[in-house]
Design a binder for this molecule. Structure first.
Ligand code: NAP
Ligand code: G4F
Length: 318
């Protein structure tokens, strides 16, 4: 039986990846932070099938002990301070977790299970103020937030461990991916949750920032399959994972409100508090390499994704 260690198992991607690996017959281990109140919401349906290790990406001792005890075949490093907006409010913390945390994980593997296969959750935020569109594996990085900068560090340290030590280390450059398990502060979930509440008379207005930003949005359930595929290849490599379509925040709102028979202009209010000190105006990924080499295809399109999320939040409040 293959053994996989997932950091960030309580998050959106960690939970979908755990579902996938359990289905494939893996023994799944999860690194979980100690919290005062439990945060098992995303994994409550599989909680008893996972073995947990208490740890934090900033505390290498906790990572090294987990790797030493588990001797994993595969390690998926999904843990991060992942909210771009907060990375300006907590720049040092974000660098320590999202950046240096990757080295803590890689060192833990190098010291006690160097043949483990490693996946690093890199991000399209590394392209930031984009040099070219669409973005490929060869597009230079120009990060626009402390989060983006930390992810560039995580990306390059992963490439360096592959080249320095011959480790099987891959970086997945994933564009935005969403789901009913998405954190509530990210724009898609904020919109789907608010639209459901407005429809049911539980909320009056939806306060948002920049409506013109464009993102390449896909479904998280599709994207975790790409993570797994990257670790099943003969050679480790880096891949862009995206849909190849881009949409504005305004289009997202239009589809979500239209789905419940409402006009977004009656409810959406722009609020400066949700604007960022620097914006990433457009992200559009070219997933040709992943399609060819991994045989990966996204199954859920943008409209289906938005409707799925609104329906889920409607059911929750009903
Ligand atoms: P998420 O829902 O925010 O989950 C983040 C996970 O990291 C949570 O389990 C969180 O634990 C854990 N975590 C945070 N700080 C930690 C620390 N110091 N030590 C250990 N664990 C810690 O993020 P996601 O959307 O699933 O994304 C997964 C990864 O992919 C992240 O690295 C993210 O930056 C990256 N990524 C995401 C996207 C996207 O569109 N979703 C795109 C590209 C890259 P708690 O539950 O305790 O907070
Ligand atoms: O949903 P967002 O907060 O996601 P963002 O910043 O694109 O980051 C997400 O995707 C990255 C991959 O590209 C990941 F690496 C990262 O971890 C995270 O998962 O914002 C999307 C867009 C931005 O342009 C933002 O300015 O929506 C705009 N927006 C407008 N109003 C808003 C809001 N974003 C949020 N969160 N809240 C608003 O009220």
């Amino acid at each position: 039986m293959k053994k996989a260690l997932i950091t960030g198992i309580t998050g959106q991607d960690g939970s979908y990846l755990a579902d996938l690996l359990l289905d494939k017959g893996y023994k799944v281990y999860g690194l979980k932070r100690r919290t005062a109140t439990p945060n098992f919401e995303n994994i409550k349906h599989i909680q008893n099938e996972i073995e947990f290790f208490s740890g934090d990406l900033r505390d290498m001792t906790s990572l090294a002990e987990a790797v030493q005890a588990i001797q994993p075949d595969e390690v998926y490093n999904l843990a991060a301070q992942s909210f771009v907006g907060d990375s300006w409010r907590q720049p040092i913390y974000t660098s320590e977790v999202t950046g240096l945390g990757v080295t803590n994980m890689l060192e833990s593997i190098r010291l006690s299970k160097p043949d483990a296969r490693f996946y690093q959750a890199s991000s399209s935020e590394m392209f930031g103020k984009v040099i070219e569109t669409p973005q490929t594996e060869n597009t230079p990085f120009y990060p626009r937030s402390p989060y983006g900068v930390a992810k560039v560090y995580g990306h390059w340290i992963t490439v360096n461990y592959r080249e320095s030590y011959g480790m099987y280390a891959c970086s997945g450059i994933l564009f935005n991916h969403e789901s009913p398990r998405r954190g509530i502060e990210f724009v898609t979930r904020k919109v789907s949750d608010s639209v459901a509440k407005i429809k049911l008379g539980l909320q009056d207005k939806l306060l948002l920032g920049n409506l013109d930003a464009k993102r390449d949005w896909g479904f998280a359930g599709d994207y975790v399959k790409a993570m797994w595929l990257m670790l099943q290849q003969e050679e480790p490599d880096d891949y862009v994972i995206a849909t190849g379509e881009t949409h504005t925040v305004k289009e997202l709102i239009e589809i979500a409100f239209e789905h419940v028979g409402l006009n977004w202009q009656d409810y959406v209010v722009q609020d400066a508090r949700f604007m960022r000190p620097a914006e990433v105006d457009i992200l559009l990924g070219d997933p040709t390499k992943a399609k060819k080499q991994l045989n990966w295809e996204p199954q859920v399109n943008f409209e289906q994704l938005v409707k799925m999320m609104v329906e889920n939040d409607l059911q929750k409040y009903q």
